[in-house]
Write a protein that binds this ligand. Structure first.
Ligand SMILES: [Zn+2]
Length: 251
């Protein structure tokens, strides 16, 4: 399996998305933006977290194709925690965190894992299947204290941060490689094309097939400028621009 990808930070910001592709797997991470002045207990921040998680996941996925993806993720969270436990307070409920989306080919199967609000989308003979974890969509409150309290707690939502147990809450599964016609992974900065701006997934696939993954991000940026009111249809605060990343399976 070969992948093409594109990634673009929200205009004027540092990219807190991260993508790694290799023959046989793809990893997408979306670091959760921290409020300015927030004490996260960590000297490093989300940009560091996604790069370190990407490195640990890449090492594990490259070394061995048989370990279950939730175990791979738990090991990576543990590995990243070890890197900064000596200098950061990993018990802080505002520790940097990241969504995770992974696909991996193994013996004619494609395994997938999704944690938090990134997505794996595939097209097959029966249509489109979207693997997403919508537990962030139904929280009782979205203020900072409530979200910190609901993070990595039963009844709340799960995200990759300092607790390896979050990995067991990821959505995982497999599909036969021969059943797949098209597949992509994306962060919510790209899925907003479908969630808010009226695209269908087949239209996103068609656009990417014709003009490459960067064209999907160009479409996002155009919609954000031309129809920003669409982002306020759910009653939740949605950023005008967000980091946007996708990886797409080639042929
Ligand atoms: Zn740290």
């Amino acid at each position: 399996m070969d992948f093409a990808f594109a990634t673009d930070p929200a205009p004027g910001r540092r990219n807190e998305d991260h993508v790694v592709v290799s023959a046989g797997f793809a990893i997408l991470l979306d670091g959760v933006t921290q409020l300015p002045g927030l004490d996260s207990g960590c000297l490093h921040g989300p940009n560091w977290l996604v790069r370190m998680l990407g490195a640990h996941l890449t090492e594990a996925l490259s070394a061995d194709r048989t370990t279950k993806l939730d175990e791979v993720l738990a090991g990576a969270i543990e590995g990243v925690s070890r890197r900064h436990a000596h200098e950061c307070d990993l018990t802080n409920p505002d520790s940097p965190s990241s969504t995770v989306a992974i696909v991996r080919e193994r013996d004619g199967q494609v395994d997938y894992l999704v944690l938090c609000d990134s997505a794996v989308v595939f097209e097959h003979a029966d249509g489109i299947t979207v693997i997403n974890d919508d537990r962030t969509g139904g929280l009782p409150a979205y203020d900072r204290v409530s979200v910190a309290r609901l993070r990595n707690r039963r009844g709340g939502f799960w995200v990759a941060s300092t607790d390896p147990a979050a990995a067991t809450e990821a959505i995982t599964g497999s599909i036969g490689r021969s059943e797949l016609s098209r597949l992509l992974l994306c962060t919510d900065g790209v899925s907003r094309l479908v969630d808010f701006f009226g695209f269908t997934w087949p239209e996103v696939f068609d656009l990417v097939e014709r003009r490459g993954p960067g064209a999907a991000i160009e479409a996002v940026r155009r919609c954000e400028v031309e129809r920003p009111e669409r982002l306020h249809t759910t009653g939740r605060t949605v950023k005008r621009h967000d980091d946007a990343t996708l990886a797409v399976l080639l042929g």
